[in-house]
Design a protein around this ligand. Structure first.
Ligand code: 3HC
Length: 697
């Protein structure tokens, strides 16, 4: 076993090396080892400068998150950082990979900092519902001034090495891939110059200019806008402000108080659950980690519509060539035009360069012939939800595509097995369900059919990572995990409007909970025709889907944002939903036709009916093995539908509310509202009877 922290010497440089895979987090063994190594370095008369460097893929990635919520063993991280700073020999940190959170704070305790050009630095604690708690809020502004410190600490943004240099966070950027070699060279220079110890805590020059300025009020206002409902971002501003109003030691104390408040907040628990859940979903139950994956170099997409285009962009962004097949030149040109416009917009916002726009466009080819898919390793069908059309397409793909090609459908609801049944290779057929807008939303719901091979499952999970998505493997059923739950919520939301609520009242309850948009604003974004077509398909299949005022919207051509009007209306060029009296009239007319007398509906009823119906459905999904674990559902909702991560996902949130309370309410609606959606899930009843939560599964 390699030692977690070791002290060695190279000529007159004392080298402290941390080796604690996977990411050198500052767990107890590192903290204790670092204290000991530091003492050795201090006492080593032949070492004139000390170098702190890490083995493996990265510099310290932060405090050890796994220790949170448990009693922390001494020495604390703050003590380690203080000890580094108080050392009377110069200490140099050599950063590679990422220096994050407690890792960057450790580097800020050092007297000199070097970063490899490829390194990134950040204080992402806010994303875990925390603030930097080892002096970061007091030391960073002493190097950068208020603006950059507030920006980094309230957003958790990673800054690249060159930016860190210009902000004054690091003293030098070095080329190459060997942090130890670069660090040694710098340390030797410093030793030669007899460089002095420099403590960040003693610096005052960057503070003076921002004292008493309105910058803190400005950031509070911006946090109010961008992080509504969240606790930690405000505490981050409070903590940074303390650096400007209090002496260093008292500022540290204030930081500690605020850190403790965050630590105790349920939002911290939710965000840390989401952090680990995001990593857990990659580990698919029953799929061994060494399952071989197929090499995917060329991608085909059927359909140049909104989804097809967005999906194509993901692969082009990752450097993979894509061929999009359409039926008519006009549709193809239109689709390719939209892709270019999206890229141009990103370039205008400075997210990518004009050269990248051209490089990515050059990877995307349009075609009117399936013959051009002969070489594709993966083809994703992204046409609208019509089983007959999908079957026809898969029949053709089966004939055209080479053996071993993966045939995927982006269907959001339809049966993958039925689609696979028209091919001679159902083991190669899988669902790859992207979320709209497909180039933005991070979720990729990978749907296993009953015959899908392990190799194909492993490949689509690996592909998710490659294109920067979070892949979740789910089972095959109507709507899979996400849309199955969404449709329950949608039906309930629509019924609430039937009964007397307004669409904007329903939406406000959902946005107050933390969703970026409500049910109806989302329908307008996705297109009213999408849901309409799904309902019509189900009616065709003989299902009893009651008429809805939403059908009337579709029939009147109010298809949502794309036609300037749907549930809401939209001003030219704006995406802001505006309530429309015409829709109120249409709803009133519908109620009259159906013989419904509208009643006053409370926000609490809206919250319960929209959310508990989803949780009940989520429990059924678990019971049936469609989702392997509650955390899979949480991730689907956080990354597919913008469920607030700080609530941990719907199943985590349900545990916080208490399953007994939820079950009682579900039973209440079974008796008052009725319908199969309010039949309590067997699993829910079982967990309540056993006094357990979803987390116990
Ligand atoms: N503590 C404990 N485990 C951690 C960790 C941390 N800080 N950061 C990552 N890990 C674990 C992951 O859970 C994962 O474990 P697994 O293999 O068992 O699933 C493993 O390390 C590898 O992580 P990733 O899969 O995320 O690897 P990537 O290479 O994609 O990303 C990373 C690496 C950029 C470092 C990313 O893991 C990350 O962003 N980590 C969190 C960084 C962070 O938030 N730091 C702040 C912590 S809070 C803090 O420091 C408080 C202080 O102010 C007092």
């Amino acid at each position: 076993m390699p030692q977690v922290v070791r002290y060695t010497r190279e000529d007159n440089i004392g080298v402290i090396t941390i080796d604690y895979p996977p990411v050198n987090a500052m767990g107890h063994p590192v903290r204790a080892g670092l204290m000991e190594a530091l003492q050795q370095g201090q006492g080593d008369v032949r070492a004139s400068v000390l170098l702190l460097v890490c083995e493996g893929r990265t510099f310290i990635a932060g405090a050890d998150i796994r220790e949170f919520g448990k009693p922390i063993q001494a020495p604390w991280l703050t003590e380690v950082v203080d000890a580094l700073e108080n050392t009377d020999k110069p200490v140099v940190a050599a950063i590679h990979g990422t220096a994050l959170g407690g890792g960057l704070e450790t580097a800020l305790g050092c007297h000199y900092r070097l970063a490899l050009a490829s390194a990134r630095l950040g204080l992402p604690e806010v994303k875990l519902g925390l603030l930097p708690g080892a002096g970061g809020t007091q030391r960073l502004p002493r190097l950068t001034g208020a603006e950059a410190a507030l920006d980094m600490i309230t957003t958790g943004r990673f800054v690249p090495a060159d930016e860190a240099l210009s902000l004054g966070i690091v003293d030098r950027v070095a080329e190459g891939t060997d942090p130890k070699a670069a660090g040694l060279a710098y340390a030797r220079e410093l030793a030669e110059q007899n460089a002095a110890v420099r403590r960040v805590r003693e610096r005052e020059d960057r503070l003076a200019g921002d004292r008493g300025s309105d910058i803190f009020a400005r950031f509070r206002a911006s946090v109010e806008k961008k992080a509504k409902g969240q606790f930690a971002p405000f505490r981050c501003v409070d903590a940074v402000e303390a650096a400007f109003t209090l002496p260093f030691e008292e500022g540290l104390k204030r930081e500690r108080e605020l850190f403790s408040q965050c630590m105790e907040s349920p939002q911290r628990a939710g965000l840390i659950h989401a952090f680990f859940a995001e990593r857990e979903v990659a580990k698919v139950k029953g799929l061994s980690r060494d399952t071989p994956v197929r090499d995917v170099q060329k991608v085909g997409i059927i359909g140049a519509g909104t989804m097809g285009g967005g999906i194509a962009m993901n692969f082009a962004n990752a450097g993979l060539p894509v061929t999009i097949v359409e039926v008519a030149q006009e549709a193809l040109d239109k689709g390719l035009g939209v892709i270019r416009r999206n890229y141009e917009n990103s370039a205008k916002k400075g997210r990518i360069s004009q050269q990248q726009v051209e490089e990515r466009m050059a990877l995307i080819h349009g075609s009117l012939s399936y013959e051009d898919l002969r070489e594709a390793d993966l083809v994703i069908e992204a046409v609208f939800e019509d089983m007959a059309i999908k079957k026809e397409i898969f029949g053709t793909l089966d004939k055209v595509c080479k053996p071993g090609a993966i045939l995927a459908s982006n269907t959001s609801t339809l049966d993958i097995d039925e689609i696979a049944s028209v091919t001679s290779r159902p083991e190669d057929v899988v669902g790859m369900h992207f979320f709209s807008p497909a180039n933005v939303m991070k979720l990729l719901e990978n749907v296993r059919g009953s015959a899908t091979s392990d190799e194909v499952k492993a490949t689509v999970m690996a592909l998710a990572k490659k294109i920067g998505k979070v892949g979740v493997m789910v089972g095959n059923c109507y709507g899979f995990v996400g849309n199955r739950m969404l449709h329950k919520r949608g039906a309930e939301a629509t019924a609430l409007v039937d009964e007397g609520a307004t669409p904007q009242q329903v939406d406000k309850v959902l946005t107050d909970l933390g969703y970026p948009m409500g049910q109806f604003a989302m329908s307008d974004l996705a297109g009213i025709d999408v849901g309409y077509r799904i309902r019509q398909e189900r009616r065709k299949a003989g299902e009893d889907i009651p008429p809805s005022w939403m059908d009337k919207l579709a029939e009147q051509g109010r298809l949502g944002q794309k036609t300037g009007a749907g549930v809401y209306r939209y001003e030219e060029g704006s995406r802001t939903p505006v309530p429309d009296p015409e829709v109120d009239r249409l709803i009133a007319e519908f109620r009259q036709e159906q013989g419904i007398t509208p009643r006053e509906i409370s926000d609490q009823e809206i919250l319960e009916r929209c959310m508990y119906v989803m949780i009940n459905e989520g429990a059924k999904i678990l019971e049936e093995g469609i989702a392997d674990r509650p955390l899979d559902i949480d991730i689907v909702w956080i990354y597919g539908y913008g469920f607030p991560a700080w609530r941990g996902g719907p199943m985590f949130w349900a545990d916080q509310i208490g399953l007994d309370r939820i079950l009682g309410t579900v039973k209440g609606y079974r008796d008052s509202v009725g319908g199969e959606q309010w039949q309590p899930a067997v699993l829910l009843e079982k967990l309540v009877a056993e006094g357990k939560g979803f987390a116990d599964l």
